[in-house]
Design a protein around this ligand. Sequence first.
Ligand SMILES: C[S@@+](CC[C@H](N)C(=O)[O-])C[C@H]1O[C@@H](n2cnc3c(N)ncnc32)[C@H](O)[C@@H]1O
Length: 246
Amino acid sequence: MTDRNAFTQKLLLDSGIEKGMRVLDVGCGNGEVSFLLQELMEGTGEIIGIDSNEAAIAAAKNMADEKQLTNVQFIVMNIEDVSGTLGTFDRIVGRRILMYLPDPLQAIKALAKVLDEEGCMIFQESDATGSGSQSETFPLHTMAQQWVWQTVVHEKGNSHIGTEMYTLFKKAGLQVKSVRAEPVLQTAETGSDLGWLLGVMRERIVAAGVSESELARMTDAALSKEMANSQAIFIRDMNFGICVSN
Ligand SMILES: C[S@@+](CC[C@H](N)C(=O)[O-])C[C@H]1O[C@@H](n2cnc3c(N)ncnc32)[C@H](O)[C@@H]1O
C-alpha cells in the first residue's frame, strides 16, 4: 500500500467494508482506490469503477487484466449518469472527485438513489485551508503547493471542498456518520512528492499561468535542499473524509 492510500484505507475500514460487498468507485481514475478495495475485500464481492475519462479507464482495465482480476470492472461513465442500471451498492466510494464536479450536490443525490438502504458512502477530498502558512520556513514548497491549488482553481475545481463536504451531504438529506481530517506531513526523512507532482501537472500548471522558467527553477534538488535545511515539518496537504448513509 502506498502512503497516499493510508488515509483512504482507514476511512474504508472504519466504514465497515467487508468481504462480498458490492462497491462503486466513482471518478476512479486509473483504479487505485478500486484495487485497494479489492485487497481489503480479499478478492471477493464486486467492484465497479466509473470515470468519464476514457484513457484513465483503459489504464485501469489494463491493470485489472495484468492482475488477472475477475471481480473488478471499469466503465466509462459520467457520475451524473449513474442510475439503477448498475444495481445498488453496499458502499459508494470517491476520492478527489467532488472537487471537480460543477454540481456536486446533484451528483450526491443521484448516488444516494443507488446506495443500499443499509449502505454508506465514503468520500475523501483535499482542502487548501492552511496552505501558504509556512512560507517563511518553506518558501519553495509553499510556492509549489500554491501552484497546484492555483491550477485546480483555474480548472474550476473547488479548493475548499474538504471543509464544505459536511454541509453538502446534509443538504442532500443524508445522515453524516463520521467526519475526519488528517494533515499529510513531510520531512527530510519522508521527502516531498511536490517535485514529482509538478512534473505530472506541468502542462496544466503552465496553462494556469505559471511560466516555464519559474517551473524549471523548482527542481527536485532545490526542494530537497530546502527540506533538509529547514529541520522542520512541512504540511503538504489536508485530507478530509466523510462517511454518510441514507
Ligand atoms: C484527481 S482524479 C482522482 C482519481 C481517483 N479517484 C484516485 O483517487 O486515484 C479525479 C478523477 O475524476 C474524474 N472525473 C471528473 N469529473 C467526472 C465526472 N463528471 N464523472 C466521472 N468522472 C469524473 C476524472 O476523469 C479523474 O479521473
